[in-house]
Design a protein around this ligand. Structure first.
Ligand code: HEM
Length: 536
């Protein structure tokens, strides 16, 4: 339409009509919308831009926590969105029984590349079919076949971290420490190397070779845009994000090119494992998935499905695990008592580093596992609300009747820091997982703990990730000691006393939530133990 040809009265009339429509919408959202009775940030009643802004800034997990602190357990966090902060809501939204009435929100669409996969598919039979097959690729049995791959990368990690500069004290010379290393990168290189090997049998060796290190930065950069679009799906439909997030789009394209290459290379090797090869030492996840059959229908994945699902595993598994490693090391370095106890436990259970493997000795390191849990509670790699859409009318969630079309979720970071479930929630206390205070505190803590989410859409890699974390932490503590770097570098990753609310805690490992958490530091130095103890 050529607006210049409009008469003045028509233009005024048109503008007035638009204004009235806008006012009507604003009035509806503020006073008559089914979520109007819930408190929350004023601007969030009218637009998802509020959430998108915090996603872009990387503090959406903190903002959701601040909102629960200020407004209570039920907070309106968007025109159609409600966040909850109770274990009842966790059960009702994510628990297995809820899945027919509450499915993954359409907000996940920006994550879809070509076709939905197990992570992004909304729900229903197709999701259940994929999950049944995928589960065989990451089962406990399959993991035993991957263990030697995982251990090889952990050994390399220890070799690089402890290096030649770090030496134990001798009669003639004092103990020496390695140069400060930024663990936000090194943990990422380790977790990526593990995932590429476990899933595709590929060796990119980020730990020792710089060539492919751009890949992990590409994932992080791309996630900034993704997190914005997940919070503001309407924006995605306008397709103007390409002007706002040029760098993120370039990063995503680079990553896609890289994984296309991995898949092509993997397809070039023997692709079908054959029933006799499933879960053997040679098998990677890719091979196991080619042989896996859905126990209900007898069908398997097509090659295209295997390629797409394997790629998802790398993305879902590498950055989350790297954040977890970073957090575990940060909190151990920051808490001497816990450090000493975890180190003593590991050093008493194994004779040499080569003995560290999955099995009874590792499982008996209960304090070590408590340290892992506590790090995941304090700084969960996924900290925001994982949106689920209500698809039937008046579904009751935590006592609230919610109409169809609303998105709901429980922010992980908020519930992990709620004093209803955790006494002194901002203190790192591994003991809270082991010693009951006489009021059921351990059970309460477990009931709200969900770093891997819950139910049918919970993390498929939970067991694999836990194994990786336990093996890595045990190997590092066995090999030697680590500490924060001295000076300014030693402060990287911490909150700052004069920072905004939520960023002000000196003893908290700060994450920047963009789909998954991103991190800086900690900068650590490593020093080996005497050779007769550490088999390094
Ligand atoms: C510490 C490490 C990890 C954490 C904290 C973590 C956390 C999560 C969370 C919170 C979800 C739910 C996401 C949502 O609802 O949108 C999830 C899903 C998923 N994760 Fe993980 N994850 C980790 C490691 C891994 C690893 C190593 C793998 C692969 C081997 C993996 C594969 C998946 C898959 C496939 C899903 C989708 C499951 C479904 O929708 O049915 N994750 N993860």
């Amino acid at each position: 339409m050529d607006w210049t040809t409009l008469s003045r009265p028509a233009a005024v009339g048109g503008s007035a009509a638009l204004l009235i429509l806008l006012l009507a919408k604003v009035t509806y959202l503020a006073f008559f919308h089914p979520l109007a009775r819930y408190p929350g940030p004023w601007i969030a009643k009218f637009t998802n831009a509020y959430a998108a802004y915090h996603a872009w800034k990387g503090d959406i997990h903190l903002d959701m926590w601040r909102c629960h602190e200020r407004y209570g357990d039920h907070v309106r966090y968007g025109p159609n969105r409600l966040i909850f902060n109770t274990t009842e809501a966790l059960r009702d939204i994510y628990g297995t029984g809820a899945t027919s009435k509450v499915v993954k929100a359409s907000a996940y669409e920006p994550l879809v590349h070509r076709a939905p996969n197990t992570l992004t598919i909304r729900g229903g039979k197709e999701h259940a079919r994929r999950r049944r097959i995928m589960a065989q690729g990451v089962s406990d049995k399959a993991q035993r076949g991957y263990e030697h791959r995982i251990l090889a990368h952990i050994t390399k990690f220890c070799d690089v971290m402890f290096g030649s500069q770090s030496k134990p004290e001798t009669e003639n010379s004092p103990r020496t420490w390695s140069e400060p290393a930024d663990m936000s990168y090194w943990c990422y290189y380790l977790s990526f190397d593990i995932m590429a090997d476990v899933v595709f049998g590929a060796h990119y060796n980020l730990l020792q070779d710089e060539r492919f290190r751009y890949v992990v930065e590409s994932i992080d950069k791309s996630n900034v845009r993704m997190s914005f679009l997940i919070q503001f799906p309407q924006f995605a439909k306008l397709k103007i994000d390409k002007y706002m997030f040029r760098e993120a789009i370039t990063a995503r394209n680079r990553f896609i090119k890289f994984v296309t290459r991995i898949v092509r290379e993997r397809l070039g090797k023997a692709t079908t494992a054959g029933p006799d090869k499933i879960n053997t030492e040679d098998a990677d996840v890719f091979a196991n998935l080619t042989a896996a059959k859905d126990p209900e229908t007898g069908g398997g994945f097509t090659l295209n499905e295997i390629a797409a699902e394997s790629t998802t595993l790398i993305v879902a598994g590498a950055d989350t695990s790297s954040v977890a490693f970073g957090a575990i090391l940060f909190y151990l370095a920051d808490n001497k008592e816990a450090y000493d106890r975890a180190a003593a436990e590991v050093r008493s259970k194994f004779q040499s580093r080569d003995d560290i493997a999955m099995g009874a000795a590792l499982a008996s390191c209960v304090y070590l596992y408590a340290c892992l849990n506590e790090a995941l509670r304090m700084s969960p790699p996924v900290g925001l609300a994982l949106w689920r859409e209500v698809v039937a009318d008046n579904v009751v969630l935590d006592g609230q009747a919610i109409v169809a079309g609303c998105d709901v979720g429980v922010p992980l970071y908020s519930i992990h820091h709620d004093p209803k479930y955790y006494e002194s929630p901002f203190e790192y206390r591994p003991e809270r997982w082991l010693v009951d205070d006489g009021t059921g505190s351990v059970e309460r803590a477990r009931s709200a703990f969900n770093p891997f989410s819950l139910g049918m859409r919970s993390c498929l890699g939970k067991s694999l990730a836990t194994t990786e974390m336990a093996l890595t932490t045990a190997a590092v503590l066995f090999t030697g000691d680590f500490r924060f770097a001295e000076g300014e570098k030693g402060l990287v990753g911490r909150g700052q006393k004069d920072g905004p609310l939520g960023r002000h805690r000196h003893n908290e490992y700060q994450l920047f939530d963009h789909v998954t958490g991103q991190k800086n530091g900690p900068f650590l130095q490593f020093s080996s133990r005497p050779l007769d103890h550490a088999d390094c």
